[in-house]
Ligand binder design. Sequence first.
Ligand SMILES: *Cc1c(COP(=O)(O)O)cnc(C)c1O
Length: 396
Amino acid sequence: MPTRPCWAEIRIRDLEENYRFLAGLAAPHAELLAIVKANAYGHSLALCAPAVVRAGAHWLGVTSVEEGIVARALCPDARVLAIGGVFPGQAGAAVDYRLTPVAWESWQLDDLVGAARAAGARASSLPVHLEIDTGMSRQGVSPSALGAVFAHFGPGSPLRLEGVMTHLFAADEADERVTEEQLTRLDDAMGRISAAGLFAEWLNVGNSAALLAGQARAIAELAARHGMKALLRPGLALYGLVPRFDPAFAPGEEPASLLQARAALKPVLAWKARIVGVHTVPAGATVGYNGTFVAAEPMRLALVAAGYADGLDRCLGNRFSVLVHGERAPIVGRISMDQTVLDVTEIAGVQAGDEVVLLGAQGNDAISAFDLADASATIPWEVFTRIGARVARIQA
Ligand SMILES: *Cc1c(COP(=O)(O)O)cnc(C)c1O
């Protein structure tokens, strides 16, 4: 049976090309870990994880152990990093499914040691990426508290310190001072780690903005100073969006990698729905809950099978237009849970069954995730991840 007509088309070929382009930007300095967390930013882990692996990815980054279990079934040979850490009771599954946990709390490391021993793991056999808090104050151990962590990696421990990770929280600022400070703190933390006699193979740092701003080289140089290799973690750029820099680079000072990315990256997701029916209403007709829109003259209104339960932000009612026949059709009245009404008075020939583009291209026009995000005062990451679970993701 066909579903209610509200769906997302995922262009897998474009995702693969985006991955290859980004891997080319990182090379020869760094390798990439493809961020497929949060159901591949709403693009479908099931479609996207195998695609990036086909395109050459050896590493996947998921939110949680439970997402990692799904990724493991899809990609038996990939390295799967659980970037949100292990939660109580999850260490055994992390071991069983050969996930690579990010950890920073002593209790997480204790749990992992216990689970690895229970599984009969040999010394140094369970790879762990240790997250360092270099200034974001989110997750990670502060460099001054590293001493308490080292004991978990001592001789005979089943854990292997495979990676040292940090998150750059201002990589999308053209002014690189904050990032430089974070890298300095990371350098210091690496010094403490090697002074404790520990060695990690990978320095795991940097998102899409860091990669497109050309930071791969600086990160790789830092890694090389400690005998490590660099791993960067792009997410948004994989899905074809170029992050905005704020403050922006001065005209003429944009890094070459950013200019190339603008030309090369292709948006992977298009969000569509169909028109249920079209009706003419007289002047004075009210539209939607609370009648927040009143027709000033006779109008043609189209009902669309998409609402806020599909992820269309309710605040877009009376404030945004979507594409019908390649033209902008204003959303009139409040968006309902499952339905939205469009003004198609000015668009000829609209009828039931016609395709509506909520996000993506139609004719000569396109709505980007930035357009939707700007209209609802958020960011493309949130636009993508709130597209509802009931919206079918279809390979295109
Ligand atoms: C989500 C995430 C990324 C990817 O960020 P983008 O800006 O989408 O490239 C990288 N690293 C960590 C730790 C993340 O949580």
